[in-house]
Design a protein around this ligand. Structure first.
Ligand SMILES: Nc1ncnc2c1ncn2[C@@H]1O[C@H](COP(=O)(O)OP(=O)(O)OP(=O)(O)O)[C@@H](O)[C@H]1O
Length: 363
């Protein structure tokens, strides 16, 4: 007898949420489901409504239309809302928003009952977040990363069912950012906390979250794993938003391939069986040096315009030497470690692996 896998438990379900400030609509009907125990990155350009959505989930803003369910509880149905303090949500704002006049210990225990404080809940949280030795310091005596850990400890104090983090690393410099991010994520994973993390940093979203939801024009443009978003974005704009993208005009053959002119016939990851004009996505690491193979037969000659050396790999910007409808003026190719090429060098490139393509929209 085959067993049906248990369906995942839903921690947050947002259905058809609309929100306007005055006459300016921000959320246009957002649908999003977050499973318990997962970390979801909410990614989107500045002004796309990420903070607004987080505030609607937290109950600091009301939805105009739609529902917000937290577990089995309807927290907002566009008419009635559950007060923020009854939602079992922890909120970590951008700047941490610690009380400057209180110690780390007092900041963490601020909203706890006397009984909880007596039971050692604060000590537990100090230990969990590695702050025990800093418990008596004040916020101004802490680094930015330590302050963020205090903010997280405070958000976790009530055993929330969901923690919302609004760009919690944006105030930190690049070096500190990576280490604080991994500390905070480790804490969230250790405690099995469901989290929604707002970011406009694509790399951060791709490298940290179980799932990524991209908010664009007030709607979720795509929700999936990092690999789904990177390999099979829903449209060319998303492809360019999540990672580096070479977008080429191609002719879809309808048999699972696309004719990309000088780059030859490319195999598609998925094919809708549609023939006609379309756009193909080639990620920079899918362009490889063709070795001895000459132009034609899927090999493109191009001139190096720029060579960025990163140690672990090299990013080339090249100008195709063949002009035509198929190719953009410049392409980006990520080559393996050790490659360094002077501007003006001619390279021969070929495409590796299957690509994603979209038929041209019907006019
Ligand atoms: N209280 C408010 N009153 C009026 N308009 C607001 C209010 N809060 C946000 N907005 C507007 O709503 C839009 C979405 O803002 P929001 O802060 O949700 O975006 P965001 O995606 O979080 O942006 P960022 O990445 O820059 O923080 C913006 O145009 C913003 O100016």
């Amino acid at each position: 007898m085959s067993e049906t896998p248990a369906s995942p438990v839903v921690a947050v379900r947002i259905t058809g949420v609309r929100k306007a400030y005055g006459r300016t609509p921000v959320l246009h009907g957002v649908d999003l489901t977050v499973e318990k125990g997962t970390i979801t990155a909410l990614l989107g350009p500045s002004g796309s409504g990420k903070t607004t959505l987080l505030r609607v989930i937290a109950g600091f803003e009301r939805a105009d239309v739609g529902t917000v369910e937290l577990g089995h509880v309807v927290a907002d149905n566009g008419k009635r809302t559950l007060a923020p303090e009854k939602r079992r949500i922890g909120y970590v704002p951008q700047d941490g928003a610690l009380f400057p006049h209180l110690s780390v210990r007092a900041n963490i225990g601020f909203a706890l009952s006397r009984a909880a404080r007596r039971d050692g809940r604060v000590d537990q949280l100090l230990e969990l977040t590695g702050l025990t030795s800093l418990a008596e310091r004040h916020p101004h005596q802490l680094s930015g990363g330590q302050q963020q850990r205090v903010a997280l400890a405070r958000a976790l104090a009530h055993n929330p069912s969901v923690v919302l983090l609004d760009e919690p690393f944006s105030a930190l410099d690049t070096a500190l950012r990576a280490s604080v991010r991994s500390d905070i994520l480790a804490i969230l994973r250790t405690t099995g906390t469901t989290a929604i993390l707002v970011t406009h940093d694509q790399d951060e979203a791709l490298s940290t979250a179980d799932r990524i939801a991209v908010l664009r024009d007030g709607l979720i443009a795509q929700h999936g794993t990092a690999q789904e978003l990177y390999d099979t974005p829903n449209d060319p704009t998303l492809a360019a938003f999540v990672g580096d993208a070479n977008l080429l005009t191609a002719t879809l053959t309808g048999d699972g391939t696309a004719d990309a002119g000088p780059l030859g016939r490319l195999t598609l990851r998925e094919s809708a069986g549609v023939a006609g004009s379309g756009t193909v996505l080639i990620r920079p690491e899918q362009l490889a040096l063709a070795g001895e193979r000459g132009p034609g037969d899927g090999v493109l000659e191009a001139r190096v315009e720029a060579c960025e050396y990163f140690g672990h790999d090299t990013m080339l910007t090249v100008r195709p030497q063949t002009t035509g409808d198929h190719l953009p003026e410049l392409l980006r190719a990520r080559l393996p470690e050790g490659v360094r090429l002077a501007s003006g060098t001619t390279v021969r490139l070929t495409v590796r692996g299957p690509v994603t393509a979209w038929p041209a929209p019907a006019s």
